[in-house]
Write a protein that binds this ligand. Structure first.
Ligand SMILES: [Fe+2]
Ligand SMILES: [Fe+2]
Length: 187
């Protein structure tokens, strides 16, 4: 934070639910270029942006992996599983877009650099040729994403409710993806 505006400190009295109006007005009128990020955000912005950038890299790698599998899946039930891969690819891209938008809202820089994408991603790329191997690789990647988002949500806690809510929505989608792939594993 560039500003030295005093932070809001809640009263020790648990029954005192009044806002601190002077702190509120001072915070709102300082550093207007910060947009949505007011002094009350706390000192975590860079750390949250880093978490989000690693999540962005993960979503982009997941999009690439699903696209690769969509175009190359063949064998029994190939068109159905390929369709599933395409749906997941589209949803991973949507996750990436939402995360990038939030990074910009926080005044950060969304990192789309292909040079470091895989190193920053929690999940791996996969170039399997066999349909079952593809399903297994995607299931592992989804379960890694589920674990990573759970950890992020715990780390962010009450520090940034908007980011936490976004991550909770993405987590629910990843759980659904993992559940669907589990069914495909046994077909
Ligand atoms: Fe995703
Ligand atoms: Fe997913």
């Amino acid at each position: 934070m560039k500003t030295n505006v005093k932070h809001y400190v809640p009263s020790d009295d648990a029954t005192d639910l009044r806002l601190d109006e002077s702190a509120l007005n001072a915070a709102a009128t300082s550093d207007l270029d910060e947009g949505a990020v007011t002094p009350g955000y706390g000192p975590y912005r860079d750390a949250v942006v880093k978490l989000l950038n690693d999540a962005l890299a993960t979503e982009l790698v997941c999009t690439l992996r699903y696209k690769r599998h969509y175009f190359t899946a063949d064998g029994v039930d190939s068109s159905k599983i390929a369709d599933e891969f395409l749906v997941h690819a589209t949803e991973e891209t949507s996750h990436a877009d939402k995360i990038a938008r939030r990074i910009v809202q926080l005044g950060g820089d969304p990192d789309f650099s292909p040079d470091t994408l895989l190193a920053r991603s929690h999940a791996q790329y996969d170039g399997s040729k066999d349909r079952k191997d593809m399903v297994r690789a995607n299931l592992v990647a989804e379960r890694i994403a589920v674990e990573a988002y759970r950890q992020m949500i715990t780390l962010i806690g009450d520090r940034d409710p908007t980011t936490r809510r976004l991550l909770e929505e993405v987590l629910a989608d990843e759980e659904e993806h993992a559940d669907e792939l589990k069914d495909w594993l046994h077909r």
